[in-house]
Design a protein around this ligand. Structure first.
Ligand code: ZN
Ligand code: ZN
Length: 415
């Protein structure tokens, strides 16, 4: 037996050859080198389509750069599997020999370096590898997998765009939508729990319009900087004074821009904020408080009501209890007792949930580790998602991402 035919275990009971892993590590590095920004995933989509063609898997576009692959193997259960495909505007600093040097164009027209800084390249590769494995082992399963290669996750745009573009009119309705995400966890470990896996998120831009005047003549101005500064300070009281102490919520003002020169009171000030909430009720409460405070502070400053524009909105990501039990059982069978850790409560956001919620289908989302044990030696931890140093291990990503995908898919589709 040559080395390339050596058996590699993707998960317990799911085996492949070393050359299968090598081929997908190579594919992963190619995706890693060529990240594209949200809703600009044109070459990425074409690469995915080319691969699906090689595997003989029927596919169609949805939501512009979204690709849906339909792998059918006779009658049987239908399962959706989501892999997001977008990169981020980050200058990569991993020092890897396959690091990205690519650039992309931001919505405002600015050129930016791009990086697969959230590991979506591991998701694409794992989904394509699972598709190949399943298409080559048809005796082991039956049914249909709807592979959803979703663009624009980082801007909360893609899941909605695919659904609005008729994803579920063209693909069969699944009994569950599965999705996974690489995280700074040891290879072979998973985060999963029922209920909220991420928070709802809303981003808004607020434009405060006053009256411009010479810096020496405040009496002729309506100062938008002072008004906007009061808004920013008062917004801090929503979480601390209006919500119960155990309610997890965040209101962050992430940008604040006004003025060009110290002796000119400008006409406008603009800030943007990001809100994280655990459910629709808290969300509605926090957003209405923001509107109230912005309007009231404008009134207190004697200026007109500021403009508020929604930048993006992340829906809930809610793990169905029954299907979470099934996925946990499958992952523990594949990776051993104790491999599934109850996910820590965080305020990250994800739009995968909408792929199921939009049609009333349950969703299960888990995180998988793809880092070697030594990355955690002596209490260290590897750089996390969105860091310029985020660097999952290529081979561990392929093995564990594909193994997890197959373990849970075969739980539903296995004979
Ligand atoms: Zn991300
Ligand atoms: Zn991500």
């Amino acid at each position: 037996m040559t080395d390339s035919q050596r058996t590699v275990q993707l998960a317990k009971g799911i085996e492949t050859t070393a050359s299968f892993v090598e081929e997908h590590v190579k594919m992963y590095k190619e995706f890693h080198r060529a990240p594209e920004l949200s809703s600009e995933e044109h070459r990425t989509a074409e690469s995915i389509e080319a691969r699906l063609d090689e595997l003989g898997i029927e596919h169609f576009r949805s939501g512009g750069t979204g690709v849906v692959g339909l792998l059918t193997n006779g009658e049987g259960p239908v399962v959706g599997f989501r892999a997001d495909t977008d990169g981020l505007p980050i200058a990569e600093e991993t020092g890897l020999d396959y690091a990205s040097t690519a650039t992309g164009t931001l919505p405002d027209g600015k050129e930016a370096p791009t990086m697969h800084g959230c590991g979506h390249d591991t998701h694409i590769t794992a989904a394509l590898a699972a598709a190949q494995y399943l298409s080559e082992s048809r005796d082991a399963w039956h049914g249909t997998v709807v592979f959803i290669f979703q663009p624009g996750e980082e801007t909360a745009w893609g899941a909605k765009a695919m659904v609005d573009d008729g994803l579920w009119d063209k693909a069969p309705r699944p009994e569950v939508v599965l999705a996974q995400h690489v995280m700074p966890l040891q290879a072979g470990k998973f985060w999963l729990r029922p209920g909220n896996m991420a928070s709802l998120a809303d981003s808004w831009r607020v434009t405060v319009r006053g009256r411009q005047a010479h810096g020496s003549q405040p009496e002729n101005s309506l100062d938008p900087i002072v008004a906007a500064a009061s808004m920013v300070m008062r917004l801090q009281t929503i979480v601390s004074r209006e919500l119960a102490p155990m309610t997890p919520a965040v209101v962050t003002v992430g940008t604040f821009h006004a003025g060009l020169k110290e002796n000119i009171i400008p006409e406008t000030a603009e800030f943007s904020l990001n809100v994280r909430t655990p459910d629709e009720e808290v969300r509605a409460k926090v957003l209405s408080s923001i509107r109230r405070i912005v309007a009231a502070e404008a009134q207190a400053s004697g200026i007109g009501e500021p403009g508020i524009v929604e930048i993006n909105r992340f829906p809930r990501l809610f793990n169905d209890a029954e299907h979470t039990v099934r996925a946990t059982k499958a992952l523990e069978a594949g990776f051993g007792e104790g491999s599934v850790i109850s996910a820590p409560l965080g305020m990250g956001s994800e739009d995968a949930g909408w792929l199921g919620d939009a049609i009333g289908v349950p969703v299960v989302f888990w995180s998988f580790g793809a880092f070697a044990d030594q990355a955690f030696a002596d209490g260290a931890s590897p750089a996390g998602n969105h860091s310029p140093q985020f660097a999952p291990d290529a081979e561990l990503s392929v093995i564990n991402g594909t193994g997890a995908a197959l373990a849970v898919l075969l739980e539903y589709l296995g004979k």
